[in-house]
Design a binder for this molecule. Structure first.
Ligand code: ADP
Ligand code: ZN
Ligand code: MG
Length: 641
């Protein structure tokens, strides 16, 4: 395995920013108490009626008539829905009733009312006393208890259920429908300035004008210049888009209101739209301010009118567009949005007067990384040997968030080691942890496996050292890591590169394939350990042919397009089936020739391969210098590499 230049991001959600959700909790608590009181009175009522009814037995109406005819009934009380029947025990022979009542002198039954027009007559005939209580409640109270109360009860119960369900889903609940205030994070002062954002100079420059406008809107209005309404921050995750938006608010000294695009998307149609309305209303009350919509792609996707188009999302987007067009331009409100999928955004969002400014927030280059490391190690006690430049070199492809994370990991490691300062080894170990995961000390490879891994890794390292165009080896290790690598070879570029030549790509593919090739040469086996190498080599070979015009067969023809390049970067084919087949063939050719090249290199240097692998097997980790020493020893000092 080789070190991955694509850093896996450890998304560390930071809530330390002191964001205060400004929601109306008090109202909710009040409602909750009210609902609780109502529910408990209802429950109590139900309980009491069922208790009082427990010494009565329900009988069939026909049984009641039988009792009547046997003169067993003493008196009857007619109620709204039932008859309460007092009987004379001595005249009853219902066995079920006997069991239950243990023969008290009187027994009470009840039965439902049947539209029996003869009832009064029959009761009179058998000398039964009957009566109906006069209810002294007014029709108003009746109406209240029989209509309003149940409806109120149902409403409250329902909304409570919805509230908790929605809370579980991360929403604001039915009570909060149409209210964005549960979601808007408002900060009067972000406390973040451009000083906290390292690198990203171009982005800062573009944002400077917005800051100036917020500082001094009159200057712009006087001259008749239209204010910049919105800017879109575009770039991969973790590059500091949110941080920049906050810094703009901090620099301009205005309120920062933020909301994530996914917060708008709710299960009820219309909710998102009303949230947008609320948001803008709130903003105009808090002007001057910045509205920051994170992950705007969640609502701003192209309205393609396809089958599964989402009505709710479209409504929300339309509302956002019309609010952006409509809001009072003399009010100092600027809308910033961030996305890492600019390609999916609806064109309407990018029209003039909306997010017409696009600010690219790229992954940092070498200097940028060094600066970010400096910002984040400002409050960390560093040892004298710390070389942030070297660390920046080793972290090509890392975003700001990764670097911040690494510095913290290093500090934690220093604490674990009982040191008071962070040393370079802490920092470099942190780099490895982020790339390959933590060392997995408890995972024990069998000696046989360990040997295979050792040869595999030295295969990579040798292929790298023996080719002109590749990067020097920094470290080789066969200590397994938590992210699945059984070992890896870490390479470190001498300088940042923006372009890769065809030769360099061929060299790199050869290095990737050399791991498995070493296994083949030494053990005459193939193992599963090379899967990641193979995947990356294939990807690289494919892009050479399909995107970089580096094959003779297709010359400079583009066969594939990269979609979504700030995230996983899926490739989309641009050509017909026949061509795809030929493309595959061409990719295979490249892989084959690189495989052969790796084989030649390793066979020719078999002695070095054996020696270094045995040494690695014994030591488990060796440095680039140790590696080069043995290699030079075997090959002889003067031999050109
Ligand atoms: P994004 O919004 O682009 O995904 P964030 O702004 O949330 O990225 O960045 C996450 C964290 O990474 C920040 O809080 C900060 O600690 C760190 N970070 C990212 N970029 C930079 C940078 N250019 N300078 C300093 N810190 C950065
Ligand atoms: Zn490998
Ligand atoms: Mg963000």
């Amino acid at each position: 395995m080789q070190n991955d230049s694509d850093f896996k991001r450890n998304e560390n959600k930071q809530n330390k920013d002191g964001n205060q959700p400004n929601n109306s909790n008090n109202k909710k608590i009040l409602l909750g108490v009210l609902a609780f009181a109502l529910v408990s009175t209802f429950l109590l009522n139900i309980l009491m009626t069922s208790f009082s009814g427990s010494n009565m037995l329900e009988i069939k109406y026909s049984d009641f008539i039988t009792l009547l005819e046997k003169d067993a009934v003493k008196n009857v009380e007619i109620q709204n829905d039932r008859l309460i029947i007092n009987t004379d025990v001595s005249k009853i022979d219902l066995p079920e009733a006997m069991n239950r009542f243990n023969k008290t002198s009187e027994m009470v039954f009840y039965t439902g009312l049947v539209g029996d027009t003869e009832l009064v007559k029959t009761m009179k005939e058998h000398n039964v006393k009957f009566s109906r209580k006069v209810t002294n409640s007014s029709p108003v109270i009746d109406f209240f208890t029989s209509w309003i109360m149940p409806i109120l009860f149902l409403y409250i119960a329902f909304s409570l259920i919805m509230h908790f369900a929605a809370k579980k889903l991360g929403g604001g609940g039915l009570m909060g429908v149409g209210k964005s205030n549960a979601k808007v994070y408002m900060q009067k002062e972000t406390g973040v300035t451009f000083k906290d954002v390292a690198g990203q100079e171009e982005a800062k420059e573009s944002l400077q004008e917005i800051i100036d406008f917020l500082h001094n809107p009159d200057k712009y209005i006087k001259i008749g210049a239209k204010q910049p309404k919105g800017a879109l921050l575009v770039g991969p995750p973790g590059t500091g888009k949110t941080l920049l938006a906050k810094a703009v608010a901090g620099e301009a000294n205005v309120t920062f209101m933020s909301l994530s695009g996914s917060d708008f998307v709710e299960m009820f149609v219309g909710v998102g739209a009303s949230r947008v309305r609320d948001l803008f209303k709130q903003a105009s009350e808090n002007a001057p301010c910045i509205i920051f919509i994170d992950e705007i792609d969640a609502i701003g996707k192209k309205r393609d009118g396809s089958m599964n188009s989402n009505d709710e999302r479209e409504q929300t987007l339309n509302q956002l567009l019309s609010e952006m067009d409509g809001f009072d331009s003399s009010k100092a409100i600027v809308i910033l949005a961030a996305t890492n999928r600019p390609d999916v955004l609806d064109k309407a969002l990018l029209r003039p007067g909306r997010f017409d400014r696009r600010i690219i927030v790229e992954k940092p280059d070498l200097t940028g990384r060094e600066d970010i490391l400096k910002v984040h190690s400002k409050d960390v006690v560093l040892g004298d040997d710390v070389d942030l430049h070297a660390m920046a070199l080793a972290t090509s492809g890392a975003a700001g968030a990764d670097l911040a994370n690494m510095v913290n990991e290093a500090a934690l490691r220093a604490v674990r080691m009982g040191r008071e300062k962070v040393l370079q080894e802490d920092l470099m170990e942190a780099v490895e942890v982020i790339i390959a995961g933590k060392e997995k000390k408890d995972r024990i490879l069998s000696p046989k496996e360990k040997r295979i891994v050792a040869f595999h890794e030295v295969g990579h390292a040798l292929a790298s050292a023996l080719q002109k165009n590749s990067q020097p080896v920094q470290k080789i290790t066969i200590v397994p890591r938590t992210m699945g690598a059984l070992g890896y070879t870490m390479q470190m570029p001498e300088e940042e590169k923006y372009l890769m030549t065809k030769d360099e790509m061929i060299s790199e593919i050869t290095v990737l394939l050399a791991g498995r090739t070493a296994e083949e040469i030494v053990f005459e086996i193939a193992t599963t350990g090379a899967a990641n190498d193979i995947e990356r080599a294939t990807k690289m070979a494919r892009s050479m042919v399909s995107q970089y015009g580096m094959s003779d067969k297709f010359d400079m023809m583009a066969l594939e397009n990269t979609e979504n390049k700030y995230l996983d970067g899926r490739n989309v084919s641009l050509c017909g089936e026949n061509t795809v087949a030929k493309l595959d063939e061409e990719v295979l050719n490249i892989i084959r020739s690189c495989h052969k090249r790796a084989e030649e290199l390793l066979v020719k240097n078999r002695e070095a391969l054996d020696k270094i692998a045995e040494y690695l097997y014994e030591k488990e980790t060796i440095t680039g210098e140790q590696f080069m020493e043995i290699l030079k020893e075997v090959r002889g000092e003067d031999e050109e590499l």
